[in-house]
Design a protein around this ligand. Structure first.
Ligand code: ZN
Length: 290
């Protein structure tokens, strides 16, 4: 069974390499599965090594659910969150899956849309002007009540909070405050109706639209990587719809466990089930032989 799956994946990867090679335009849609496959999991040693005192105090089990923990004071909240941001945004390099992907598309006409907030595409070398990160970025703060639509880079603040925390608390003087209303700050992640979309977010949205409009008549490939069913309305469903609507479009889906396409676009789809990082690495090899 495993052998047969490997052989059929080989066939699919070969076809994929050909299709990518002939494409005029490439739209990459990336979800949490890509970062997980690049090694940035929210549980296991990455969690237990970095959060032992939080695990002991709050009974946390992983960084995903810990992100929803109802901390009683801002000092406790920011002790956790500064470390969460530090681990997932500043104390890391580009993962191999992202680097391989960059090598694969670097000299092509590409655009990235992603729900990931970890800045990995930029770290791997992708052009910031060709990335639309729809759900925010760990590296940015906003006013919690969105009293004004500006985002603030948080690296220095985060490093200070990580450095000066003790017993799962930061000093009160380090609690981030909105420079306009004086209220609480929040990480720029889409979690409620107060998510701030600033001018650069809107610019990225317009560039994405423009890229689709420019290339809709051409041979365009939608490459979907690790997009699950949490927010399928941002990448997955639009990719299916556009593949159906654009006569020369092709849909590629690489995912572990959830690689499939609807019947209507089946003849213009390739779906591969497996580890995204491994598959991208193999794809790179096939591509280099063309
Ligand atoms: Zn404010």
């Amino acid at each position: 069974m495993e052998d047969r799956k490997r052989d059929s994946n080989k066939e699919k990867l070969r076809s994929m390499a050909l299709i990518l090679n002939r494409a005029d335009a490439l739209v990459i849609g990336a979800g949490a599965g890509l970062s997980a496959s690049a090694g940035f999991t929210y549980d296991g040693p990455r969690f237990t090594d970095n959060f032992s005192e939080f695990i002991e105090r709050y009974g946390m089990t992983d960084m995903y659910s810990a992100g929803f923990y109802p901390f009683k004071t801002p000092e406790e909240k920011w002790a956790y969150w500064s470390r969460h941001i530090y681990v997932n945004r500043y104390d890391m390099e580009a993962g191999r899956a992202y680097k391989d992907l960059f090598q694969l598309v670097n000299d092509r006409n590409y655009f990235v849309i992603t729900t990931n907030v970890d800045h990995q595409f930029q770290l791997a070398g992708f052009d910031d002007d060709r990335i639309f990160a729809t759900q925010g970025d760990y590296g940015l703060f906003q006013c919690k009540r969105a009293c004004h639509k500006r985002l603030y880079e948080n690296e220095n603040q985060v490093r200070e909070m990580v450095k000066h925390q003790k017993n799962c608390r930061i000093p009160s003087s380090l609690v981030p405050k909105c420079p306009v209303c004086g209220g609480e700050m929040e990480v720029n992640l889409r979690a409620d109706g107060f998510f701030v979309e600033d001018e650069s977010w809107h610019r990225a949205a317009r560039r994405y639209e423009a890229f689709l409009n420019e290339n809709m008549e051409k041979s365009i490939v939608f490459l979907e990587l690790g997009v699950g069913m949490n927010t399928p309305g941002i990448i997955k469903y639009p990719f299916w719809k556009m593949t159906k609507g654009m006569s020369r479009a092709f849909y590629i889906c690489i995912n572990r466990g959830e690689a499939w396409a609807p019947g209507e676009i089946e003849d213009r789809s390739i779906c591969v089930d497996g580890d995204i990082g491994e598959l991208l690495n193999q794809l790179l090899l096939y591509e280099s032989r063309l």
